[in-house]
Design a protein around this ligand. Structure first.
Ligand code: AMP
Length: 437
């Protein structure tokens, strides 16, 4: 007797490490946050831009910078199977926005204020607040050179955090001046670190000539004293750069934003200039950077465009939501207004039609499902109605429907109260089912 082969049970597939599903009810918190963002962006006259998730690898090598951690070790890069083109999942969106601005000549008639929200990808070690797919909100002001736009962008972040009810977020500022000032500072840094070669770790030695500014970023405790004593870029700024920085500081103060200068806040890439800033919390451990940004007046040229001043920031939305949770704010999960109880499948046509009318009137409706194959007993339907969080059950009973009416039963306020409502004047009573919140 030949044995029947036992079908192997299919292996369960899981999400990629560091890439998370966002499920209900948590997804409602995301939608709440996104709504807050959209309405605030409207108030500041920033308009939405959506660029592709996949771009040419060259865009990030040039636009993010060859010597950054991101490009050196964190990008998800691959070759297009058909034509071998080197492609990358975007690790950040600023290069994509600038590429699009150049490609479509967006700034031909003046500056543009743009914002985006979407997933970014970095191959980092996953931990709380650090993921391999994460969501960034970003704002970019293209074509504006003045310090007031740097401030506008920071006010946008400040106001968003206030609207979200966040507390204890501090703002750190620095200025990177302009290219010639950075060159002078860079030369001074190389001289200084070269005099203390024996104190540099391997990474710092590697960066000494490629990107000495990044050495200031080191987390190595053994190098902190050395870094503290290093020449500060602020001492190399000329009058124009100092004036730009002073205006930023004065305007922030005038608008009630507290700030501190952190001379070690740097972006080790040559297209950055003038203002850099970070919004930081101490309540999320090591992943306390909520938002980072700055001026990048050199990036357009680097990507083949005309010289165009620009400034922007990127914010990690997981971290923002984690901080909201940490600070004890709990968003109510959305619930339907009405749960439709359907005792008999024969009532389905009139039920579905009626529910469409209610939804058109703005009533949030959840229909009992699964009726055709296993008619739920009334008891279990009411249990589900209760569990749904709805304020009312609408009962589509056979007898009542023959009178062109349904029963409305209160599930919360005045619990248990029932009344019969005629479907003929549904438009008149539908709004009474809407929750007031
Ligand atoms: P950056 O583009 O590196 O300046 O990052 C901007 C913001 O994105 C940071 O301040 C974080 O809030 C967030 N962020 C960066 N990398 C990650 C990550 N791997 N996971 C979660 N959030 C991140």
């Amino acid at each position: 007797m030949s044995e029947k082969p036992v079908a192997a049970k299919a292996e369960k597939l899981t999400a990629v490490k560091g890439m998370n599903d966002i499920l209900p009810p948590d997804s409602a918190r995301w939608e709440w946050l996104e709504d807050k963002v959209r309405s605030l962006m409207g108030l500041y006259a920033y308009r939405n831009i959506r660029t592709p998730i996949v771009e040419s690898t060259a865009l990030f090598v040039r636009g993010t910078g060859e010597t950054t951690d991101i490009v050196e070790k964190e990008m998800y890069s691959f070759e297009d199977k058909l034509n071998g083109e080197p492609l990358t999942l975007r690790p950040e969106n600023t290069p994509g926005v600038v590429r699009a601005a150049i490609e479509h000549n967006l700034t031909y008639d003046g500056g543009k204020r743009l914002y985006y929200m979407g997933p970014m990808f970095r191959h980092e070690r996953p931990q709380r607040g650090r993921y391999r797919q994460f969501y960034q909100l970003g704002a970019e002001a293209l074509g504006f050179a003045g310090p007031e736009v740097d401030v506008e962008l920071m006010l946008l972040v400040h106001q968003l955090f206030a609207n979200l009810g966040l507390r204890n977020v501090r703002v750190e500022l620095n200025s990177l001046g302009v290219s010639a000032e950075r060159q002078a500072h860079r030369a001074a840094l190389i001289t200084y670190f070269s005099q203390h070669l024996e104190q540099l770790d391997a990474e710092a030695q590697r960066r000494l000539h490629s990107n000495p500014l990044r050495i200031l970023d080191t987390k190595n405790p053994a190098m902190q004293a050395l870094v503290q004593g290093a020449p500060q870029l602020l001492n190399y700024l000329g009058d124009a750069s100092l004036k730009h920085f002073d205006t930023v500081k004065t305007l922030l103060t005038a608008c009630g934003v507290n700030w501190t200068v952190n001379p070690r806040l740097v972006r080790g890439l040559d297209y950055y200039s003038h203002t850099v800033f970070e919004f930081i919390t101490d309540e999320l451990g090591a992943q306390g950077a909520l938002c980072g940004g700055g001026r990048y007046d050199g990036l357009f040229e680097l990507l083949g465009g005309r010289p165009t001043p620009a400034v922007g920031w990127g914010m990690g939305l997981e971290r923002v939501l984690e901080l909201i949770k940490e600070q004890g704010r709990v968003e109510a999960a959305p619930t339907p207004d009405v749960y439709a109880v359907i005792p008999d499948a024969s009532a389905l046509p009139i039920t579905l039609q009626t529910l469409q009318i209610l939804r058109a009137a703005g009533v949030k409706v959840q229909m009992h499902a699964g009726l055709a194959d296993s008619p739920g007993s009334m008891k279990s339907q009411f249990k589900k109605a209760d569990g749904s969080g709805a304020n009312y059950a609408l009962i589509f009973g056979k007898d009542e429907l023959t009178q062109n009416a349904v029963t409305v039963k209160a599930l919360r306020d005045g619990i248990g109260a029932q009344s019969s409502r005629s479907l003929a004047d549904i438009a008149a009573w539908a709004p009474t089912l809407q929750s007031r919140t």
